[in-house]
Design a protein around this ligand. Structure first.
Ligand code: ADP
Length: 495
């Protein structure tokens, strides 16, 4: 029997008001139904927003270190449940177990990090130009947040949004991806058990149009943090701007690895395989473009194809599996469509090129690792985000051309260069137009203590995660306080 999943509103686990449900399934074997999930609508959003609004004044006044204590308890529960949560990620989303555990570890790291922010959240104290007067800035909560998340990091990404929102004193209505509602529920259970007061965090399951959009548009919701497709992110940014809401939109990537002729080729190939096919290419930082110096192009391509041929596809819970299925029928069809686009555009298919149905993969959304060679930078497969195990290899005559190709797209999330020449890597570091640059490492594997996000259409609004310029810039606003203890009228700029 599949588990009956609930919404979480005002500290209680409840069905959708309509009583409707939808199914969450295992993408590695679609016959397995994992959860029956509330198919919520605007009525459920309304109840969640009301609860969050009621909880807001008390939570905003709770001392941040006390909020932090709840987050520390949540982090400890996540540590205890890491294995079970990692397995849940595998069953519901399809990634392999080591990566499922990594997903949970990222949430652990983020929760501890943001718990610590409870004792920092610092502003500035500066001198006043007038005597007997002081001047300082403090961070205050923004208010009520709608958090909308995707399925590819079903534990980590919600934690990136929930923990900074909470530590900063905001209340939350959260809509997880419809593909991974069971994972989201396991995460919210942790905050419930850690002692979060009712109404501070609420979760409404369901779909984008029926839950996400009413949430983002709700007049009481003051800010929106979204991660997902570029199309929806840009649309929501318009909605938020029109309604005067704060927002962050984290969307797509089309991330390049540049491989120079002096690179450590073994390392570059290993990094490209991990970046291109890790998480079945379903990371926003996946390496979907390999830009290779012409002098090593053939050697690199041959060895890269050999490496990809050896990747083992299967259920992520099997120890030997390296590449799992795509998350859903929609993604499966989208990836197969792009493969056809690549063939029609005239790219040379060097590996894969269709579904993978061998053995136990027959009942899942598996696509064979696919490599296109001789891809030109203007082809759609070189410009549009595919979000699957499809990698395009391009040729560059030198570093300048490689960087031009890397930059000549609408996205700018992550980029990598493999070279042993320190000058070349320094030039790439300076000239690559993106949010994350990796030197002699693949495009994936950001750490939580620095800001995460990109340039151009990859992202709008403040970045996520930790460090200066990270998530607290979205989840707090500045208040400046001048205190005059002179007992007389003093005039700045005039006295
Ligand atoms: P993906 O391709 O990663 O599934 P989506 O942008 O479709 O990307 O989905 C990411 C999240 O955004 C999911 O939680 C989804 O339900 C939600 N979503 C989709 N469409 C909308 C919308 N119009 N308004 C608000 N949220 C949406």
């Amino acid at each position: 029997m599949p588990e009956r999943i609930k919404n979480y509103i005002n500290g209680k686990w409840v069905d959708a008001a309509s009583g409707k449900t939808f199914k969450s399934i295992n993408p590695a074997d679609t016959r397995e139904v994992i959860g029956l999930v509330p198919d919520s609508d605007a009525a459920d959003v309304e109840a969640a927003v009301r609860a969050a609004r009621r909880a807001a004044p008390t939570w905003a006044k709770t001392p941040p270190p006390k909020r932090g204590e709840i987050l520390y308890r949540a982090a400890e529960l996540l540590v205890k449940r890491k294995q079970a949560l990692g397995e849940c990620v595998v069953r519901e989303m399809g990634k392999v177990l080591s990566e499922g555990l990594g997903d949970v570890q990222e949430a652990i790291d983020m929760t501890y990090y943001m718990a610590g922010e409870g004792r920092r959240l610092s502003g500035e104290t500066v001198p006043s130009e007038l005597p007997d007067k002081d001047a300082k800035s403090i961070r205050v909560p923004v208010g009520l947040f709608a958090l909308i998340t995707p399925w590819n990091f079903p534990i980590a990404i919600p934690s990136w949004k929930i923990t900074p929102a909470l530590i900063a004193g905001n209340t939350v209505v959260f809509k997880p991806a419809e593909e991974t509602p069971v994972c989201a529920t396991r995460l919210v259970e942790v905050f419930h058990e850690a002692g979060l007061p009712p109404g501070v965090l609420n979760m409404v399951h369901g779909f984008g149009e029926t839950v996400g959009e009413p949430m983002a548009r709700h007049p009481v919701v003051e800010a929106v943090s979204f991660t997902g497709s570029n199309e929806v992110g840009m649309k929501l940014a318009g909605v938020c701007a029109g309604l005067g809401k704060h927002y962050t939109m984290e969307t797509g990537g089309k991330n390049p690895i540049i491989v120079m002729d002096d690179a450590n080729l073994d390392l570059a190939i290993e990094g490209a395989l991990w970046g291109g096919f890790g998480t079945t290419g379903q990371r926003c930082t996946a390496a979907s473009r390999l830009i290779v110096h012409q002098d090593i192009y053939d050697r690199f391509a041959e060895r890269f194809v050999e490496g990809a041929k050896r990747l083992k596809l299967g259920d992520g819970l099997e120890r030997k599996t390296q590449v799992g299925p795509l998350v859903s029928e929609l993604q499966y069809k989208k990836v197969l469509h792009y493969i056809e686009v690549g063939k029609k555009e005239g790219a040379k298919l060097a590996l894969g090129g269709g579904p993978y149905r061998k053995g136990l993969c027959a009942n899942g959304y598996f696509v064979a690792p696919t490599i296109f060679m001789d891809v030109s930078p203007n082809m759609r497969i070189a410009r549009e985000e595919i979000f699957g195990p499809v990698v395009s290899i391009m040729r560059a005559k030198d570093l300048t051309e490689a960087i031009d190709i890397a930059n000549d797209i609408h996205f700018g999330l992550s980029a990598a260069i493999y070279s042993r020449d320190v000058n070349k890597t320094a030039i790439a570091e300076r000239d690559l137009d993106c949010g994350l640059v990796y030197i002699n490492a693949s495009t994936i594997g950001a750490e939580i203590q620095l800001p995460f996000g990109g340039t151009k259409r990859t992202g709008l609004g403040p970045r996520e995660a930790g460090g200066r310029g990270g998530a607290l810039d979205l989840y707090t606003k500045w208040k400046v306080i001048y205190r005059d203890f002179s007992d007389r009228l003093q005039k700045a700029q005039i006295d």
